[in-house]
Design a protein around this ligand. Structure first.
Ligand code: PGA
Length: 250
């Protein structure tokens, strides 16, 4: 059985004070989370605080992006070694906001996945279609193309070392969630496509849903066969909502 994983993606939100309060709240409720693995992906500058507050707890943490370079003259960038210095376990790669606002294409995202995995981080690979692509009926082709770019770059076994987050772009931060069936259909198509390469990897790889998952809708999304957790933006900024989602995962 795949262990569900709930990860908070804080994006560019929070302050030292608000993050301390948020993590205190999450830690206080973790005793009631039985099954799910729980992680938070913080802005880089807060990783030291997150590490300090979460070391010795069940919670893991990670970054939201990384450089493909190891070190050197890359102003503003953060390397895998730096993330590991703060004991990050996860790193998000290819979030739709990175793809659309910062021009990250499939090839760059695949390279980031490879660099993260080679360094011993667990990449959370984000994929998903825009509203226009959904309306054209090409959702499955889009997520297959995005996934295949990573398989081509790193191989199918390495893909299985990561986590996949299916996040329909039209559902991110909009309050418009995919219905459980809509999400399940895409998750199943991703898993089937992976199974064409390797049935073992398809059976074990965790596929999170992301896009306006919240305390009210998490249980029915997480009940679907191929939904193995959530990547949570807005609702991860409130401890009680985030914990409700974690508990809904078991
Ligand atoms: P949201 O964001 O939960 O605020 O829609 C999810 C994400 O972008 O990972």
């Amino acid at each position: 059985m795949r262990q569900p994983i709930i990860a908070g993606n804080w994006k560019m939100n929070g302050s030292r004070d608000s993050i301390r309060e948020l993590l205190d709240g999450i830690k206080a409720g973790m005793a009631e989370v039985n099954l799910a693995e729980v992680a938070v992906c913080a802005p880089y500058v807060y990783l030291a605080d997150v590490e300090q507050q979460l070391t010795g707890t069940k919670l893991a943490w990670g970054g939201q992006n990384l450089s493909t370079e190891a070190s050197g003259a890359y102003t503003g960038e953060i390397s895998t070694a730096m993330l590991l210095d703060f004991h990050c376990k996860y790193v998000i790669v290819g979030h739709s906001e990175r793809r659309s606002y910062y021009g990250e294409d499939d090839a760059l995202v695949a390279k980031k996945f490879a660099v993260a995995r080679d360094a011993g981080l667990i990449p959370i690979l984000c994929i998903g279609e825009t509203l226009e692509e959904r309306e054209k009926g090409i959702t499955e082709q889009v997520v297959a193309r995005q996934t295949k770019a990573v398989i081509d770059a790193v191989g199918i076994q390495a893909l299985g070392d990561g986590v996949i987050a299916y996040e329909p772009v039209w559902a991110i931060g909009t309050g418009k969630t995919a219905t459980p069936q809509q999400a399940q259909d895409v998750h199943a198509s991703i898993r089937n496509m992976i199974a064409e390469h390797d049935a073992g990897v398809a059976a074990k790889v965790r596929i999170q849903y992301g896009g306006s998952m919240n305390a009210a809708n998490a249980a029915e999304l997480l009940a679907m066969d191929d939904i193995d957790g959530g990547l949570i933006g807005g609702a991860s900024l409130k401890a009680s909502d985030f914990l409700t989602i974690c508990k809904a995962a078991g």
